[in-house]
Design a protein around this ligand. Structure first.
Ligand SMILES: [Fe+2]
Ligand SMILES: [Fe+2]
Length: 224
């Protein structure tokens, strides 16, 4: 992936975007305070959280499709694949860093809170929920770049890639952790683009609806 694609940022355009960005920056601050430069541990703990939204969004979209008897435009499969891919990130990094007992406890509590919270956000505003993941993934790309820098400069010792990663990404046999971090980062950039574009689609749908209802009421049309 070339660099301009790697560090894309969606400028917040409305209140939903600004809420999503603020929420992301808040969680980023907590993660930075807790993990500092422990990138392996950071990856393990955060990937347990990262694999949640795709599954929740996939399930809720599935249920909605059943209720409304409406086509999902292929979204469900994409979302479930995202969850699967994030879980493979976890399976990979667990070979690199073993979580401490405090981290294991945090993982359990975080899953409980985050799953409920993300489900609620998704039910209230699907558009905000996808934007949140878009912003999470922007941060993930940034964090994996920092991890990569530590590996390249030798501040963190490089090591052979875990076998599970070589199999999953079809990497050459002599690959190292550096190569794994690069492909994981590409995955994150992919999820970022998908979720931002889902949010854009929902946003357009919403402004179309507002426009139509305002036309009906004879008001002047104003798009936010
Ligand atoms: Fe991930
Ligand atoms: Fe991710």
């Amino acid at each position: 992936m070339d660099m301009s694609n790697l560090y894309k940022h969606h400028e917040p355009k409305n209140r939903s975007d600004r809420i999503a960005l603020a929420f992301t920056k808040f969680l980023r601050f907590i993660a930075d305070t807790f993990f500092r430069k422990k990138y392996g541990h950071r990856a393990v703990v955060l990937e347990t959280v990262a694999a949640v939204p795709g599954m929740v969004a996939g399930m809720l979209t599935h249920l909605r499709s059943l209720r409304k008897m409406e086509d999902d435009r292929g979204w469900i499969k994409v979302l479930l694949e995202e969850a699967e891919n994030e879980r493979m990130h976890l399976m990979t990094f667990i070979q690199v860093a073993k979580p401490t007992s405090l981290e294991r406890f945090i993982i359990i509590v975080a899953q409980f809170i985050f799953t409920i919270m993300y489900s609620l956000i998704y039910l209230i505003s699907q558009r905000t929920a996808h934007r949140i993941v878009g912003y999470f993934e922007e941060e993930a790309v940034f964090s994996y770049s920092e991890y990569l820098k530590e590996l390249e400069t030798g501040r963190i010792k490089d090591q052979p890639a875990p076998k599970i990663a070589i199999d999953y990404w079809n990497l050459p046999l002599h690959s190292t952790l550096k190569d794994v971090v690069r492909v994981v980062r590409d995955d994150e950039a992919g999820h970022r683009d998908v979720n931002h574009s889902f949010s854009n689609i929902l946003n357009e749908k919403k402004s179309r609806k507002t426009q139509e209802s305002q036309k009906k009421e004879g008001k002047t049309v104003e798009i936010k």
